[in-house]
Ligand binder design. Sequence first.
Ligand code: GDP
Ligand code: MN
Length: 392
Amino acid sequence: MDLYEYQAKELFKANQVPTQEGAVVTSAEAAKLAAESFGGATVIKAQVKTGGRGKAGGVKLANDPAAAFTHAQNILGLDIKGHIVKKILVTPAEDIESEFYVSFLVDRSNRSFLCMASVAGGIDIEEVAAKTPEKLAKIQIDPLQGVSLELALAIAREAQIPEEIQDATAEVIMRLWDTFINSDATLVEVNPLVKTADNRVVALDGKVTLDENAFFRHPDFENYVDISNEDPLETAAKAKGLNYVKLDGSVGVIGNGAGLVMSTLDVVAYAGENFGGVKPANFLDIGGGASAQVMADGLEIILSDKDVKSVFVNVFGGITACDAVANGIVQAIEMLSSKENYQQKPIVVRLDGNNAKAGLEILRSANIKNIEIVETMDAAASKAAELAKWAK
Ligand code: GDP
Ligand code: MN
């Protein structure tokens, strides 16, 4: 998960990486107040999760609070590569003498970590790599050894950082490594790392990508989860612990096991070609248990998707037998139909595997009018696609 610059800088501060103070605001008025409180010149910076904000007009120097107001007004609402600016970071401006580049990342091809550093900062690192590769140092980091002061100094030298600030830069490099390791990040990038006129080394920009698989070690990172950019159905599904991804078709899909659901998506898309290009509306894996509650949660999410015209429940009974799943479906429909906002849509069910016969019997005798049982996966997918096509 990518962080905003201001969040990256919070992690920098926590790891003693020198960076400026800052205030995050959402209005021009608040930007002006922040500029007043900092005094002097400030930089008004769009907070979007994409690079090249400067070039897109999303980073502006403001000499006084009135200018901060004007810049903030222009930047708020700006579209930077499809990202609309809703938040702004106001920071005291630094007097920059030179701009460098430093990053740590996971280097998958070498099964290791990599540090990249360059005296040529403030521009795209891809450009440096292409045009002046001799200015880009690439140093593999042994995960067990980490970054000692000695290694950090060697990196600073190889990156051609001016001699008088090599020590200070090495110190920052070590702390950026700390940030990378302590946060379980897959990327920590500073572009530019600057030398100020008064010879300090400061991280002026920050990009951090966190490894969500390590979030269990960082309960405080929950705050970084940005639900404003997320699909509301995905947010609701996540809250219920469901493995759900919204897609753009009209056949809702529920299955047990990620592999089965993936192939169900393929089969639905294939069958849908006979009905004018009907496609799956989502991925939803209800996993092994398939209890009535999980089935009800899954159906509720899918049925509340206005794009869904029909639902395909595709279950292969294994450890959880089909009769248990069938009971889950029946109870789920009972639970949902007692809710006032229940949206009835055609549901095609295919059950196979362990205790399939008993499962089908349970569904048939429950006699739920919008449920249709189809015995093979291909025929069921075709039925669901057909129903989606003709639904209003
Ligand atoms: P990016 O374009 O998204 O990478 O945004 P940055 O935060 O890297 O800012 C872009 C450029 O704006 C930097 O490379 C600097 O040249 C300039 N800049 C940013 N902050 C300051 C500052 O405090 N003082 C000065 N003089 N320039 C700044
Ligand atoms: Mn930058």
